[in-house]
Design a protein around this ligand. Structure first.
Ligand code: SDX
Length: 377
């Protein structure tokens, strides 16, 4: 076909670019950021340290980490006009739509938007990373007709998110559990939302526009939107004893079971390993193992009947639920982590300085004459 490589609809296994940021091995279930294994990052790192690694390619020194934490603290508050804008939206607006709309508006409040230097874009990466949780939790207060909680000027990204959600500082374990979940979600090579960000950045559109493209892609249920659907499924099933009949029925109707399958992993998603353990630990701590036990029963059934593994969205659902996070904030929480990966890839795409423009194999009508309107009957 004209010498152009043939492909399938989903770009399966198509290598679209080179990157130094993230490596996935779908067969071995391995995930590394700049060569550092996700298992080590989940066990020993913090979201802030991981974000620094994604932006700069190396783990920060103590001084560098303290500096990036301070910059994130200083960027958590939103311009008051942005909060005014959020008050104009109907309370029923979905949190992902609020995120997309508000990030788009943030561009208008960036005084040096015309500064396209790497330093300016690195500042934007920090500003956006700090702002996404504030947007989400401020919206949650507004729609519940409560005064928004001012972001903390200290503490971790995770602790601040929970503080803004509840108005109370979380206990150390709860903050740590969310911090680990944020590390696990930070980057994942050319997933759909990151690819959307890179295609947009490839045209030299600004970082806000590229992040809006990413947020839009992440909102779909086949991508980031899956985690919210998983917890809704668990709530519908209700009890472990209902799992088998529910799944039998769903599979008979050829339904997709959210939280299972992956375009790249052909074995366990290494992130699910940690999230499964966290779901069990949270169940034991809260004294309600129902969500974990139902999840385990579903996982065994789907493995047996569909040969599919749980992906990152499956156990994050019960973890976020047991952390007290409202169900429709699950995907915005995903975005509050993945913003670090998106901005790292946007910076890399700007450095590549290359428009991303693949071809389509034309399968439409053959060449036909133009028939004037009056002759078309
Ligand atoms: C994320 O890309 C990333 O890295 C994404 C992500 C990240 O960190 O950025 O990992 C995050 O998005 C995880 C995925 C979250 N989405 C879901 O959980 C939605 C449910 N999963 C699927 O829709 C599906 O598995 C995808 C979209 C994740 C991947 O689908 P593919 O690679 O396009 O596979 P496919 O749709 O061609 O399915 C292959 C077969 C099909 O069977 P047949 O129709 O050929 O008989 O497997 C079946 C599918 O029906 N299948 C499923 C299924 N997923 C695939 N059957 C039931 N339930 C499922 N979840």
């Amino acid at each position: 076909f004209g010498g152009i490589a043939m492909t399938t609809e989903g770009l399966e296994d198509v290598v679209a670019t080179t990157s130094r940021i993230c490596d996935l091995d779908g067969k071995l279930g391995k995930l590394t950021y700049y060569g550092i294994d996700i298992h080590d990052l989940a066990r020993h790192s913090s979201f802030e340290e991981t974000a620094y690694l994604l932006w700069h390619g190396v783990l920060p020194t103590k001084t560098q980490l303290a500096e990036v934490e301070q910059q994130l603290h200083a960027s958590r508050a939103l311009p008051s006009r942005i909060i005014d804008l959020m008050h104009l939206l109907p309370p029923s607006t979905s949190p992902m739509d609020v995120l997309r709309t508000t990030v788009s508006a943030l561009a208008a409040f960036d005084d040096d938007l015309n500064d396209k230097s790497t330093a300016a874009d690195e500042r934007r990466a920090i500003r956006l990373t700090a702002a996404l949780p504030t947007i989400t939790m401020t919206w949650n207060s507004i729609r519940e007709k409560r005064n928004p909680v001012e972001p903390l000027q200290t503490g971790t990204h995770a602790a601040n998110m929970l503080y803004m959600l509840t108005g109370k500082e979380p206990d150390a374990y709860t903050a740590h559990a969310l911090d680990v979940a944020l590390i696990l979600h930070a980057d994942h090579e050319l997933n759909a939302s990151t690819f959307a960000a890179r295609v947009t950045a490839g045209t030299k559109a600004d970082m806000y526009a590229s992040v809006v493209a990413a947020i839009s892609a992440l909102s779909g249920p086949l991508h980031g939107g899956a985690n919210e659907q998983v917890i809704r499924m668990l709530l519908r099933i209700g009890e472990v004893r209902n799992v088998e009949s529910y799944l039998e029925d769903a599979l008979a109707r050829k339904e997709r079971i959210m939280g299972f399958g992956h375009r790249v992993y052909r074995t366990e998603d290494p992130r699910a390993t940690h999230l499964r353990a966290m779901s069990q630990e949270l169940g034991e701590r809260t004294g309600d193992l129902r969500w974990y036990e139902m999840s385990r029963a579903i996982e065994e059934y789907i493995k047996e009947h569909k040969g599919l593994n749980a992906n990152v969205d499956f156990y994050s659902a019960s973890v976020y639920y047991m952390l007290g996070i409202p169900i429709d904030l699950d995907t915005p929480i995903f975005a509050s982590s993945r913003i670090s990966g998106w901005t790292a890839h946007i910076l890399e795409q700007y450095a590549n300085n290359r428009l991303i423009r693949p071809r389509a194999e034309y399968v439409g009508a053959k060449v036909t004459e133009y028939v004037p309107l009056e002759q078309r009957g």
